[in-house]
Design a protein around this ligand. Sequence first.
Ligand SMILES: Nc1nc2c(ncn2[C@@H]2O[C@H](COP(=O)(O)OP(=O)(O)O)[C@@H](O)[C@H]2O)c(=O)[nH]1
Ligand SMILES: [Mg+2]
Length: 290
Amino acid sequence: MTIQWFPGHMAKARREVTEKLKLVDIIFELVDARIPYSSRNPMIDEIIQHKPRLVLLNKADMADKEATKEWIAFFDNQGVKAIAINSQAGEGMKKITQAAQELLKEKFDRMRAKGVKPRAIRAMIVGIPNAGKSTLINRIAKKNIAKTGNTPGVTKAQQWIKVGKEMELLDTPGILWPKFEDQEVGMKLAITGAIKDTLLNLQDLTIYALRFLERRYPERLQERYKLPEIPEDAVALFDHIGKLRGCLTSGGMIDYDKVAELVIREIRSEKFGPLSFERPAEIENLQESE
Ligand SMILES: Nc1nc2c(ncn2[C@@H]2O[C@H](COP(=O)(O)OP(=O)(O)O)[C@@H](O)[C@H]2O)c(=O)[nH]1
Ligand SMILES: [Mg+2]
């Protein structure tokens, strides 16, 4: 289910995250590795203030490895630590604890110097719907069934999931809204399944997706749909795919909706291999032109 975000929902989500912020040492900002810019909440910096943060590029298995490397370097340049993970397979889980320990080393050293009894790092996951928050929490919880009790002094009882001895993770994530400000971001969110594609025109979305493939991964597009050349005309491209795959109306005409559904389904199910829909260089240009 995709949540429709209205100003009231956004305010409530923000309030909930802000409230829990006090309970944790660090925020794990979960984004989709295929769209690390578009899947970030636009107000994340303002919401989490100066709380230490670790960006988790989730679904790294579905993303282009080269692009993911570029993204890690991009965040690094901004002084933000980012790591690639695959919550579904449980890859990168150890790296999360290690990175959190590194980021909080000074704080914990200071605490120790003051004679404060050592304790586990407390963390919380935040992210937009479908980023994989529940998958990551379940992944961690399964291996570490032992839940710690409630934390006293908190209005609502909070459950913590133990991650080894070193860390405790809040068992409910902070759900934040995606960016809505531009059409292209909307397209990327729809292609990756972060927002319902019924919010957009499916044929428009497909044209966007096909043009993206043509630009970044032309050979994969040509190979999959047996295209010696990629037609400039979108109708010709749809016609070709429709004929090839038998996406026809009962009258034998090309069914453009069927073509659109097929293409989007194939992209989502990785028929074109791992894909990254944005690169840091594109985002840098975008920010400069603002
Ligand atoms: N391939 C892949 N799929 C993932 C990964 N993490 C989550 N998913 C899938 O993404 C979808 C959304 O995940 P979910 O945990 O429900 O997202 P939430 O809304 O943030 O809690 C589900 O279909 C998950 O199986 C991952 O690392 N790799
Ligand atoms: Mg969830």
